[in-house]
Design a protein around this ligand. Structure first.
Ligand SMILES: Cc1ncc(COP(=O)(O)O)c(C=O)c1O
Length: 395
């Protein structure tokens, strides 16, 4: 037996592989988190972070927690027990917002769509019409629903909310969305947006960024919800002195510091284009293998991850196992109701065409091993054709 899987290629939508420069940065010696060196890094991350969220006046907080902590911080700081909220649920991460809101005593309405569908502005408008003026505290939804591979039309949905329910807070989970597709906090009038270090930032897990509008900051100051670790009133006071209330994940923050350098060097708009191109090539490649795409409308297909139905007769989990054990490539499983039915291939963060080729080539071999009549190389060739449509930058 020959072992052909001597290195692992992570093709899951976070944590992603980490560039060497960021890995090395994360290995740096500890510093006093209440000293000038930490202040300098934090100032950079929050100040330049405004350019990532596209806000001039919003506050950006660094929280030591995973993306779910960012979601919880958004809820616990803005919504009082007993207040009405609406969650627009596209998949499992929408369901997570439902659970968090319920855990903190909000009255939760849920508008759901079928797996693989994006939010429909007309359905959202109809739902919003149910609330008397001033009676809907917040609407919460994902920019990118990672479990189904859907990109929601945030701009359109936010505009509807602002028109029909002007005082309602618009809370967006962009944990897997930020930097994969455009998001304009000020222009689209979003109130709270959260992001996570292990996604398009290509850094280790452990830091969430939370961007907060001045409207949301007022709600935060007035909010009576009991909270402690995620108290953004305390976080704001510390931010002003260049600190965080509690000991931050310094190693991850070193990584984020380096990630910012790489991100601004590449350019935010170029990063969107890279994600879109990888998404297109992955979709073309997957289609050519005989697998099916869960999201059929490319306009709302996630730029971060593609959700895939295996061909008839092939079990999604057996396929993931085959790809991992024989070829060392890790695809993500389905979540919730899609567990065992789909698998997911990322194109998020530190992913480039070579990873996409490897993923598709190994997918084809695994399909063949599991009895699917796939023609080897067809998926890879389809992705190559997609990449040949652009003139890549020569470094
Ligand atoms: C859209 C979305 N929201 C929230 C999360 C939760 O983040 P974490 O797993 O870092 O808590 C994830 C993680 O995959 C995500 O994709």
């Amino acid at each position: 037996m020959v072992n052909l899987a001597i290195k692992e290629l992570l093709m899951i939508p976070g944590p992603t592989m980490v560039p060497l420069d960021i890995l090395l940065a994360q290995a740096g010696q500890m510093i006093n988190h209440r000293g000038p060196s930490f202040k300098q890094i934090q100032d950079k991350i929050v100040t330049k972070g405004r350019d990532l969220f596209k806000t001039k006046n919003g506050s950006v907080f660094i929280l030591t927690c995973s993306g779910t902590g960012g979601m919880e911080a958004a809820v616990v700081n803005t919504i009082n027990p007993g207040e009405q909220v609406l969650v627009l649920k596209v998949g499992e991460f929408g369901e997570r917002f439902v659970k968090i809101c319920k855990a903190f005593g909000a009255v939760v309405d849920v508008l759901s769509v079928e797996p693989g569908q994006a939010l429909q502005p007309t359905a959202v408008a109809k739902q919003l019409a149910n609330y008397a003026p001033g009676n809907l505290k917040a609407v919460l939804f994902q920019q990118n629903e990672t479990s189904t591979g859907v990109l929601n039309p945030v701009k359109e949905i936010a505009a509807l909310i602002r028109k029909q329910s002007p005082d309602t807070l618009v809370i967006v989970d962009s944990v897997s969305g930020l930097l994969t597709a455009d998001l304009q906090m000020d222009a689209w009038d979003l109130d709270v947006v959260c992001a996570g270090s292990q996604k398009a930032f290509m850094t280790a897990p452990g830091v969430a960024l939370l961007a907060v509008s001045s409207r949301a900051m007022k709600a935060i100051e007035a909010c009576k919800n009991p909270r402690f670790y995620f108290d953004l009133v305390a976080a704001k006071k510390f931010l002003e002195t260049g600190e965080t209330p509690w000991t931050p994940a310094i190693s991850v923050i070193y990584g984020m510091d380096k990630a910012y350098d790489l991100i601004f060097q590449e350019g935010v708009e170029n990063i969107f284009k890279r994600h879109e191109l990888l998404m297109k090539a992955t979709r073309a490649g997957v289609r050519a293998t005989g697998c099916k795409l869960l999201v059929t409308d490319e306009r709302v297909a996630s730029r971060a991850v593609t959700a895939i139905l295996p061909p008839e007769g092939v079990d999604a989990e057996a396929l993931r196992k085959e790809v991992k054990n024989k070829w060392g490539v890790v695809f993500a499983a389905g979540q919730g109701a899609l567990k065992g039915k789909i698998f997911r291939i990322t194109h998020l963060g530190y992913t480039d065409p070579k990873d996409t080729f490897a993923a598709l080539a190994c997918l084809e071999m695994a399909l063949r091993s599991l009895g699917s009549p796939v023609e080897l190389g067809k998926g890879v060739a389809a992705a190559q054709e997609a990449f040949m449509q652009v003139e890549p930058v020569v470094a």
